[in-house]
Every structure is written in structure tokens, then in C-alpha cells.
Write a protein that binds this ligand. Structure first.
Ligand code: DQA
Length: 146
């Protein structure tokens, strides 16, 4: 059972970046939390971050045949990227959209996601715990096959 966790732009700055919005956990700390969660649930985790849209597209394409599910925090690309949407739609790997913050309680430009419609579901607003919930949802999809 293999889960690919993808992180988009500026998430490498977590811990210092707007902590009142995103919390004080760093990305390496979130990775540890995600790995502990996956281990407890019997899943293998591949955890990556990039600031580049094309790299995310490449990683999503590479998940076909190599990952059973994707958990993605596409960060700002969530609100702009048709390329990410098309990549997720193309590969047929169940994908869960996650966010640390509750994007619907923030600026209106964050209310629209280009990827939600091609994801199995969306988790937002639980801080680092959104990653735990996303991995739990991914395992549930893989185990129940639905
Ligand atoms: C985010 C929300 C996005 O609107 C924002 O651009 C981010 C982080 C979140 O995890 O809350 O960079 O995806």
C-alpha cells in the first residue's frame, strides 16, 4: 500500500511562514507525523515538496502504476492550476486534496480550487492534522476499494 504525499509552493517555509494561519510545525515535523500515521496504518509513504508546478505535474504522472493513492497540498497552485487538475484526472489514481488552513474562511480567491472536482475529497482547516486525516482517508479508499 503506497501513498504519495505531495506539497506545493512555500510549504517548505512552514514554521516561519504566517504561523497564525499555518501553525508552528515545520514541514520536516509534518513529514514525521505523516510517516508515523502511515506506519501505524501499514502504508508506505513517499513525501515530497516542490515550488515548481511542472515538477508536481511530473510527480502526479509518475504515480500511475507506482502509488495507490495521492494526498496533495497543492498550496497556491490549488487556486490557479489547470495543469494539476488535468494531471490528476489523467492518471486515475485516487487523490485527496488537503489544506492546513480552512481556505473557505479566508480570502475569496482561496474559495475556488481547480483540483477539487477531480479529487475524491477535500480536507481543510485542521492544521498539521489535515495530513493525518488525508492519509487515513487514502488508506480507507485503498482498503475498501471505494
Ligand atoms: C494552503 C492554502 C492555500 O490557499 C495557500 O496558498 C497555501 C497553503 C493550506 O495548506 O492551508 O500555500 O494550501
Amino acid at each position: 500500500m503506497k501513498i504519495l504525499v505531495l506539497n506545493g509552493p512555500n510549504l517548505n517555509l512552514l514554521g516561519q511562514r504566517e504561523p497564525e494561519t499555518y501553525g508552528r510545525a515545520t514541514l520536516p515535523e509534518i513529514e514525521t507525523l505523516a510517516r508515523d500515521t502511515a506506519k501505524r496504518l501499514g502504508a508506505d509513504l513517499d513525501f515530497r515538496q516542490t515550488n515548481h508546478e511542472g515538477e508536481l505535474v511530473g510527480w502526479i504522472q509518475g504515480a500511475r502504476g507506482t502509488a495507490d493513492a495521492i494526498v496533495i497540498n497543492a498550496a497556491a497552485f490549488t487556486h490557479t492550476s489547470i495543469a494539476l487538475r488535468d494531471a490528476i484526472a489523467a492518471i486515475g489514481v485516487p487523490t485527496i486534496e488537503i489544506h492546513l488552513s480552512n481556505v473557505h474562511a479566508r480570502e475569496s480567491f482561496r474559495h475556488h480550487s481547480t483540483i477539487s472536482a477531480v479529487c475524491r475529497g477535500v480536507i481543510a482547516g485542521f492544521g498539521a492534522h489535515s495530513y493525518v486525516l488525508g492519509i487515513q482517508a487514502a488508506v480507507n479508499i485503498i482498503v475498501t476499494r471505494c
